[in-house]
Structure formats: structure tokens, C-alpha cells
Design a protein around this ligand. Sequence first.
Ligand SMILES: [Fe+2]
Ligand SMILES: [Fe+2]
Length: 175
Amino acid sequence: MHPLLRFSDDLMLDIPSVDNQHKEIVSIINLIIKSLQPPRSNPSSYISQGLRKDVGSNLTGDLGHIPPKSDQYLDELQKLTVQHFLDEERLMKKIHYVGLSEHKREHLMLLAELKSYIRDIKSATEVLDMKNINALKSWFVLHIRSSDTEFSKAFRQAALPEQSESVEAELSSYS
Ligand SMILES: [Fe+2]
Ligand SMILES: [Fe+2]
């Protein structure tokens, strides 16, 4: 079993809505990792035939009509990430965070990277593609450690009572 991503204390930023969204993202990444594991009953055939066919046939009895579970989780991860980035940027605007434009640029780059990992994982013919799984895990941890940590310091200094409504507008900028 490929190790799951652990949400350790050092990833906490002390901004409840942001921490909760980060935890949600960890959960969905772990669901993706679990869904990419071969079944215990017949791991070798699973690996040789590839994930998409096996899961597709388990769900439908007819290959390809319903997307495999991992695809659904990957789509959910992209959706959650877009919402999360918008919510963070909204908090940044509220405190007039000086690093907002730079952070926004990083979000755009991170989203582009995520989309590329998702494409690679969806098109993989091998089930256990460690390279892509590890890339996905590093992608998430880097997001918090590189730019979110800086923002959280500014947020605490601003001592703003947190507003955690979700952002409805501007979704199109990430689609
Ligand atoms: Fe974040
Ligand atoms: Fe961020």
C-alpha cells in the first residue's frame, strides 16, 4: 500500500476555514491513493490490465461508460482546489495582503500543475504510478509550506475575525 498523506501539525496555519479546506484536500488525495491500489484478490492482473478497465468493468460490466472512482475523486480534487484558492484570495483581499498578486500567480501555477498530474494519472496504464502519486503529495505540501505559511503570518498580524463564506464569483478565472 502506498503511504497515505498525513496532515501533520506543522501543516496547520491556525486559520480554521483554511485548515479545514486543507484537511479536505488531504482526504481526497488519500481517497485517490486508495482507489489506485490493486485489489488484494488479484493484484498482478490488475496491474497488467490497468486501473481504468478494471474499475470500469467492476462498476458497469461494460467498459468505459461510468468513469472509474479515481477519476471522480480527481475531478473532485480539482473542484475543491479551485474553491479553496478563491476562498484564500478572498481572505487576502480583506486584510489587504501585500503578497496577494504573487500568491494568485502561484495559485494559477499550482492549478496548472494539478491539472497536468490529473491528466497523467487518468491516462496512466499502470495502476501504481508512484511518480504521479508522489508528485501529487508534494504538490499539496509545497502549496502550504511555500506561500500559505507567509499569508497566515500576515493574517494573524491583521487579527481579522475570520469570514469563512465561500466565494461564488470569479470561478471562471480558474476554469
Ligand atoms: Fe491553501
Ligand atoms: Fe494558497
